[in-house]
Design a protein around this ligand. Structure first.
Ligand code: VG1
Ligand code: CO
Length: 544
């Protein structure tokens, strides 16, 4: 089986965004499109030659086809071994763990995360490095540059591999090892959390929960861990079978897209605990009875209670949050006397801090949290963390969070997304804000006074790499903030994200409805950015 060289031509626009290259399936089906990007990975990541590669995806439409293509190309490019999840399945955090556990030189994860799947919908591919984390910007830029010069790719003429039988087989000179996608990950979770205490919580019978896998990749993981290892009743996991089109929905765990679960948590008969994860298993949503935990609060609560979880009982060395994430975690870090880092959006910016041992926990407002156990955000990990807290504190979700607010104050928080906006209009809006920036500090606007305003730039404290234009920040006196950014994961037009935060120290004012409490800030943001005039949109598409 000799490698063959196929002539190809560059496609424009293969620059990875916040998390890999995401495009419509139709685009990935263009002959050479996937191949070019994969060859650019092999051309730039030399250690993969003779090395091991982890490979898997979230099971969406085109996953299996892409895996077969990548296997043939890996063999033709001299990869020694590929570790592939059975059925082509690996959640993003499980892929990160496989890379680390087996000392692979990298991994390819096929997912467009929370974007819809199916022949007319989205597909995605991202490269993770030997630390298990998303490639840094320097690496994704090198891959992109290569895609713009590429003129050939390598593959084999070989039949499809059987992805459904565990064990090793040979593809040319390369070994293909099909792994149980869940087993190693489940062991890792058991090493971090107090499974006995969580088992007792379920065995007591009074505790009722559901986990919504949203017809996506976490189904098998959650079923084995929650119902298998922890004794949760059968049926605890809902929508637990991964479907190629996620049942037609957005596998995005938030109040807008996980309505079925949200409804189950409401009212007197509501569940004690509800949780959900996204397409590729790295996001999480946490609900109590009639109670939604914002992801920013979730990170802060985790940091403040980490000592109750066996894996973190020794204490945490530091925390990090993405810039638009609320400052709730900063307050906890201050109290604990540990550093809190503010990074640009995207998990790749946490990798160096985790590798250098500067942080233990990190999170993003976009329903992502994680720790140094892997180098990706981890949905089920967050759910188990909360279960561990519930088991050890014996309090409700709402009581734990309200108690947190009493101790640290409450950071009211909301994000408004305007989706599929005309790309030029969105760029125009951001440029308009950039021009305003120097005029804002010290300016009074209604009841507010601007303390600072900038276009967020970040210098990585470990390798001194610099990332600019990471979002417009307008800080108001008293700690409130407005943040404006354009999404780097969408596949249609532009998505404008507006992140709003206001701090309230007075416990008597902690019970307000979020959108109501934030109305003055919402109005200020639309006025400042001229949202309606520039985008033609009166209302956001998604409010979280
Ligand atoms: C979004 C989120 C970001 C997250 C990224 C990948 O990016 O805002 O916090 O890291 O998705 O998450 P953007 O550029 O669209 O705002 V996932 O679960 O889609 O891999
Ligand atoms: Co995801």
């Amino acid at each position: 089986m000799e490698p063959k060289v196929v002539a190809t031509q560059p496609f424009p626009g293969q620059r990875p965004g916040t998390s890999g290259l995401r495009k419509k399936v139709k685009m990935f089906q263009e002959p050479g499109y996937l191949e070019n990007f994969v060859q650019a990975i092999f051309d730039t990541q030399k250690e993969l030659t003779g090395g091991a590669l982890a490979l898997g995806g979230d099971g969406r439409y085109y996953n299996r086809t892409a895996i077969q293509t990548i296997l043939r190309m890996a063999a033709a490019n001299g990869v020694a071994k590929v570790l592939v999840g059975r059925g082509g399945i690996l959640s993003t955090p499980a892929a990160s763990h496989v890379i680390r556990k087996y000392g692979a030189q990298g991994g390819i994860v096929l997912s467009a995360s929370h974007n819809p799947g199916g022949p007319e919908e989205d597909f995605g591919i991202k490269f993770n490095t030997a630390n298990g984390g998303p490639a840094t910007e320097a690496i994704t830029e090198a891959i992109y540059t290569r895609t713009q010069q590429i003129d050939r790719y390598r593959t084999l003429d070989a039949a499809d591999q059987d992805l459904d039988a565990l064990g090793a087989s040979q593809l040319g000179k390369m070994v293909v090892e099909v792994l149980d996608p869940v087993a190693d990950y489940a062991d890792l979770m058991a090493s971090l959390f107090d499974f006995d205490a969580i088992r007792r919580l379920f065995a007591g019978g009074g505790f009722r929960m559901k986990f919504d896998a949203m017809n996506a990749v976490t189904g098998p993981y959650a079923t084995e861990i929650l119902e298998g290892h922890l004794g949760a009743p059968a049926g605890t996991v809902m929508n637990g079978v991964p479907l190629e089109d996620f049942g037609g929905g957005h596998p995005d765990p938030n109040l807008a897209h996980a309505q079925e679960l949200v409804a189950l948590c409401q009212g007197r008969e509501g569940l004690d605990f509800g949780a959900a994860s996204d397409g590729d298993g790295d996001r999480n949503m946490i609900l109590g009875r009639d109670f939604f935990v914002t992801p920013s609060d979730s990170l802060a609560v985790m940091a403040a209670n980490a000592h109750l979880v066996p894996g973190y009982a020794q204490g945490i060395v530091g925390v990090a949050r993405s810039m638009p994430t609320s400052q709730a975690a900063d307050r906890v870090a201050e109290r604990l006397g540990i550093p809190c880092y503010e990074t640009p959006t995207g998990w790749k910016f946490f990798g160096n801090l985790l590798d250098a041992g500067r942080i233990t926990l990190c999170g993003e407002e976009s329903f992502g949290s994680g720790s140094d156990h892997v180098r990706e955000k981890d949905g089920l990990w967050a759910v188990l963390f909360w279960l561990n807290l519930l088991a050890s504190r014996q309090e409700s979700v709402a009581d734990i969070v309200r108690d947190h607010w009493r101790r640290f104050g409450r950071n009211y928080y909301t994000r408004h997304d305007y989706e599929a906006v005309d790309a030029e209009a969105a760029e125009g809006l951001m440029d308009h804000l950039r021009i305003l920036l120097p005029t804002l500090p010290g300016k009074r606007m209604g009841a507010f006074k601007v303390a600072y305003a900038d276009d967020f730039a970040y210098t990585d404290p470990v390798d001194a790499s610099r990332s600019e234009r990471q979002g417009i920040r307008v800080g108001l006196e008293g700690g409130s903030r407005l943040v404006f950014r354009l999404s780097g994961t969408g596949t249609e037009g532009a998505t404008l994200r507006i992140y709003l935060e206001s701090y309230e120290s007075d416990p008597a004012r902690h019970g307000q409805e979020t959108q109501e409490a934030m109305t003055p800030l919402i109005l200020l943001a639309s006025e400042l950015a001229q949202i309606e005039a520039r985008t033609g949109r009166g209302e956001p598409d998604v409010v979280t």
